[in-house]
Design a protein around this ligand. Structure first.
Ligand code: MRU
Length: 377
């Protein structure tokens, strides 16, 4: 996606790899929208930390980062002993997997890398295969998101008002995004529409990341408080909802996505508004049999008890802070604690369709189509 910073426009991918430095290059998403910066993680532990601390976030983006992280760990190995190499790979895999538990993309991505490596005989061959497979995952992620855009654009008509939750944009993937891909494709086809971005507390990915992306892309949009969607739906102000997913169960069609998604799906059903989920194939979990089995990440309570932002008021009461400096402010009652589940699960009956790179399907159709959707592949 093109990014314009201080008047200069350039194409960026969210995640890339620097072969010479054996480093993963990431857009530092915690600084957006206030600052655009690329950072390099120099070993797999740093890469895992970048996932855990949400320097990089979003299903496809952490999938590609984990794939590159595994290749990075493989390439850092010195020696020719294949058994020792395999033990190291197992450690790297577990470290990266543990960084964020709900999204299945990192696991699916790293399984592809491990599978590719297993065909190599020597350590050196496996190192080469690992990076090639990680690059392949990243390219495939872009292709899948573009295909989601082609299928999903048909749902967006002139004058429509859309709602999206969190950030399933290009920052959440390698490029193009899942929920945003249909918007970007519809824009290219000349359609005008308006997007309401749920603020998405506690980390505000909608207010910070989706709004920034849409502004970069010059798509008409407004940020709404998380609890405003029902009011807009009741007044006929929302025609279509498109969200992403961190894990979609291939067997049941249940969708894990950022906390608050389930609430929006219930509201959409109540008001007869189509509710779509956009996913690349790497977001499908073909193993779990129930949404209750999806590990739901619980994050630090400080995210709920306060908020991060940048100082914009020159008369700020926060002393010693320069304008534009990012800072955390406590909002909640001192001494109160918080519960902070990062994701919820939306049942299939609330979902109108799943927009995949291969077409739009009913959630319960996924299992019937599992062969063409990559199960076992
Ligand atoms: O916690 P995050 O920001 O990594 O959450 C992931 C998400 O951005 C959303 O849940 C998104 O809608 C799905 S990821 C494409």
């Amino acid at each position: 996606m093109n990014v314009t910073v201080r008047g200069h426009t350039r194409h960026y991918r969210t995640v890339t790899f620097d072969r010479q430095r054996n480093a993963v290059l990431l857009i530092e998403q915690r600084l957006l929208p206030h600052k655009f910066q690329i950072i390099a993680t120099r070993d797999y532990r740093e890469t895992a930390r970048a996932i855990e601390e949400m320097v990089v976030r979003g299903a496809g983006a952490i999938g590609a980062t984990a794939a590159y992280g595994l290749a990075q760990g493989a390439r850092a190995f010195r020696g020719q002993n294949v058994s020792q190499f395999s033990r190291r790979i197992a450690t790297v895999y577990q470290t990266l997997k543990a960084a964020r538990p709900t999204a299945v993309d990192p696991v699916n991505a790293m399984n592809k890398v491990r599978q590719a490596m297993s065909t190599g005989k020597t350590v050196e061959e496996r190192q080469v295969l690992a990076l090639a497979a990680a690059e392949e995952f990243a390219h495939r992620d872009v292709e899948h998101c573009e295909a989601i855009g082609r299928h999903g654009a048909k749902l967006i008509h002139n004058g429509m008002k859309l709602l999206t939750h969190c950030n399933a944009g290009w920052l959440a993937f390698v490029d193009a995004g899942s929920a945003t891909a249909p918007m970007y494709a519809a824009q290219v086809q000349g359609r005008n529409f308006h997007v309401f971005c749920d603020e998405t507390r506690p980390r505000s990915q909608g207010a910070t990341l989706t709004a920034w992306e849409l502004a970069q892309q010059k798509i008409s949009h407004q940020i709404i408080a998380d609890n405003a969607a029902g009011h807009l739906m009741q007044r006929g102000e929302i025609d279509l909802v498109i969200v992403g997913s961190d894990r979609t169960l291939g067997r049941t069609g249940e969708v894990a996505n950022k906390i608050g998604t389930y609430t929006k799906a219930v509201l959409a059903k109540r008001h007869g508004i189509p509710f779509y989920v956009a996913i690349p194939l790497s977001t499908i979990d073909w193993n779990l049999k129930s949404g209750f089995d999806i590990p739901i990440e619980e994050r630090d309570e400080s995210e709920v008890l306060g908020a991060w932002g940048a100082v914009t008021n020159p008369k700020s009461e926060i002393r010693n802070l320069k304008l534009g400096r990012r800072t955390y402010v406590r909002v909640a009652n001192p001494g109160s604690g918080a519960f902070n589940a990062g994701f919820d699960v939306t049942p299939s009956e609330l979902i109108t369709g799943i927009i995949t790179p291969l077409g739009i399907f009913k959630p319960t159709e996924l299992w019937r189509r599992r062969r063409s959707l990559g199960f076992g592949g």
